[in-house]
Design a protein around this ligand. Structure first.
Ligand SMILES: CCC(=O)NCCS(=O)(=O)O
Length: 364
């Protein structure tokens, strides 16, 4: 999460984590969800409701409709407006702190309504460290102006968002991403990926990639970054839980050296509308996938989060909220973990998982 020694980083930034309230030491982060959204809009991904469901799709969110909403989250227009829930998100963050959470990486980039003043307010009012994301989401959200930009211009903008502040504010981003890619990756997205790599070279900061919904997408995005000089060991590949299922293909990808992020914890749905060939895993299956990666030696490369990006996943609407991993998933992992050398406690496991330790083996 920390900014490295880049050609353009200021000496005081180097080795520090840049939050929306300023620089902190990496040791101050605490348990960190590396892929969340606290305020954003997702209209770009609206899915028309099935014939006959138009009434449900337009109805206010109510208990009796929750199951439908959980199965069809992208067909309810109002559900896509997380930016209307600042107070509810603030309450959630206070609960997250009580549950042992310390920091959140807020992955909202240009195209899905990043709101840095709101992030700064939430950080001040809750004490949660919030790290904001620089750069651009997927092609359908690129403006004509963005599409016309050269790689050099895009690079300058991303660098400036980290060095000076973004969206006309003095609030600085601390990571680049989530950088959106579709499948196939479009020309405009390729330019943004190259600009991301160039900006990373100048800044030494972490990069987070949203891959297209195809098993070839993560590898292709990493290749483009690599060719443009990006630091893959400081790059996160998001959403692997809906993208790579075959164990051998997962290992092939893991060898490329990025962080491996399972960030859809809490999302369980029968039909994944963006790719009907995908069987969205359950949380238990996610835990099993992580156990497999740990057995294969990748425990230091795994990141986990919820990627909350719609209203229905907030506890206000019967969802799991930002504390689900700390309250439910970590104990589940603990119940399946054996430890090599030490007596393992819940505290040990949480520390290992959130800070990247080495001592645990899982027997899932
Ligand atoms: C903006 C949030 C986001 O892109 N989340 C990923 C959703 S999905 O592609 O995994 O369905």
């Amino acid at each position: 999460m920390f900014i490295g020694q880049g050609r353009r980083t200021m000496p005081e930034q180097s080795g520090k984590v840049q939050t929306v309230l300023g620089l902190i030491e990496p040791g101050q982060l605490g348990r960190t969800m590396t892929h969340e959204h606290l305020t954003m809009t997702f209209e770009c991904s609206h899915v028309p409701p099935a014939p006959g469901d138009e009434g449900l799709a337009a109805a206010p969110i109510e208990m009796k409709h929750l199951h439908w909403l959980q199965q069809n989250p992208y067909s309810h227009s109002e559900n896509l407006l997380l930016n209307q829930e600042i107070e509810a998100v603030k309450e959630e963050l206070l609960c997250y702190r009580k549950a042992g959470g310390g920091s959140i990486v807020e992955n909202t980039t240009t195209g899905i309504t990043r709101n840095l003043p709101v992030l700064r307010k939430l950080a001040k009012e809750t004490g949660v460290h919030i790290i904001a994301g620089a750069g651009y989401y997927v092609d359908v959200t690129h403006s004509d102006e963005t599409r016309k930009m050269t790689v050099e211009k895009l690079t300058d903008i991303i660098v400036s968002e980290v060095l000076h502040g973004a969206d006309g504010t003095d609030i600085r981003c601390g990571v680049i991403g989530e950088i959106g890619t579709s499948w196939p990756i479009t020309e405009s997205e390729k330019k943004v990926l190259r600009a991301t790599a160039h900006a990373q070279t100048q800044l030494g900061c972490p990069v987070i990639i949203h891959p297209g919904r195809n098993k070839a997408a993560p590898g292709e995005a990493i290749r483009i970054l690599q060719e443009a000089g990006g630091n893959i060991s400081k790059t996160v590949m998001s959403h692997l839980d809906r993208t790579l299922f075959d164990q051998q293909e997962l290992l092939e990808f893991a060898k490329m050296g990025s962080y491996l992020e399972y960030d859809l914890f809490g999302t369980e749905m029968l039909n994944y509308p963006f790719n009907l060939d995908v069987d969205m895993p359950s949380d238990s299956q996610r835990v099993q996938a992580l156990a497999f990666l740990i057995r294969e030696g990748y425990e230091d490369r795994i990141l986990i989060a919820h990627d909350i990006h719609t209203k229905h996943r907030l506890t206000k609407y019967g969802g799991h909220g930002f504390s689900h991993i700390l309250k439910n998933i970590v104990p589940k992992m603990l119940s399946r973990a054996t430890e090599k050398n030490l007596q393992c406690t819940a505290e040990d496991l949480q520390d290992e998982l959130m800070k990247g330790g080495k001592t645990l083996q899982c027997r899932v």
